[in-house]
Design a protein around this ligand. Sequence first.
Ligand SMILES: [Zn+2]
Length: 316
Amino acid sequence: MATTSFSKKTLGLEAAEPAATPPSGPTETSFIRKPKLGAARSRKKDIPEGLWTKCLKCATMIYDKELDENLKVCPHCGFHFQIGARERINALVETCSFEEMDAQMASVDALKFTGVSPYTERLDDYQRTTGLKDAVITGICRINSYRAALGVMDFSFLGGSMGSVVGEKLTRLIEAATNKGLALIIISSSGGARMYEGMFSLMQMAKTAAALAYHAKNRLPYISVLTHPTTAGVMASFASLGDLIIAEPGAMIGFAGPRVIKDTTQAELPPGFQTAEFLQAHGFIDAIVPRKEMRERLAYYLDFLLEGQRKLAALS
Ligand SMILES: [Zn+2]
């Protein structure tokens, strides 16, 4: 048909024309349409960034300042965007009450790991772009009238992965809580163990779990807060060991990803599988707490858990 030569010119594929042209008529039109769609999509990306964010759930455009003021929660549908560890700490603790621990602890490349790029290079990049030394911030804080040990993970640093620094900082935090007789709160957000550190990252699972056992032995409460996403080695260690396990709405929580589980079990997964709501319905999570209520709910839980502890102490 006459249309073929016309459409080829618009695509700018002159060099490939003779070999790429199939002999029959009808298939040619579908071949031509595909690149046109791609070109239209790339033009859409030119919308200036930095002032507005599109909600990933309801697709509403939200003014960034409004989003920040709302603790990175969509004001229209309540979708919880990821939030940095520092922002989260500021929103949770009493002003100026956070005393950070091990702020300068940073990872070393013990295995001389080189993947797509060397581990040391990746660490430098993330430290520069996030302003963090690693994927967790730990310290002692005050929430309402309670002093508590608080650890907050940050997904923006290498996917919140747990390497030796995350494990060591959390272990020291748990031990400090045990020694000072404080309640412990860990807010998780992680893709799991850090592959760049191989076995060293897996050892952190046992180390944190052991420190938590001592903390529990001292009858001190531990509240684990799961945020989107909390998976793999972190979920399989300290994140699932809370006396109270709470989660943010819509958080993805699990060990392996749904695709891996589907391929392994060869079974259809139920709707909502691995969401906070699904896990609450099945008894794994005690409560789902929206981010804006987190501070007062944590204070309420601490009040409840420590009251029980005080009564037990009075009885014994
Ligand atoms: Zn929304």
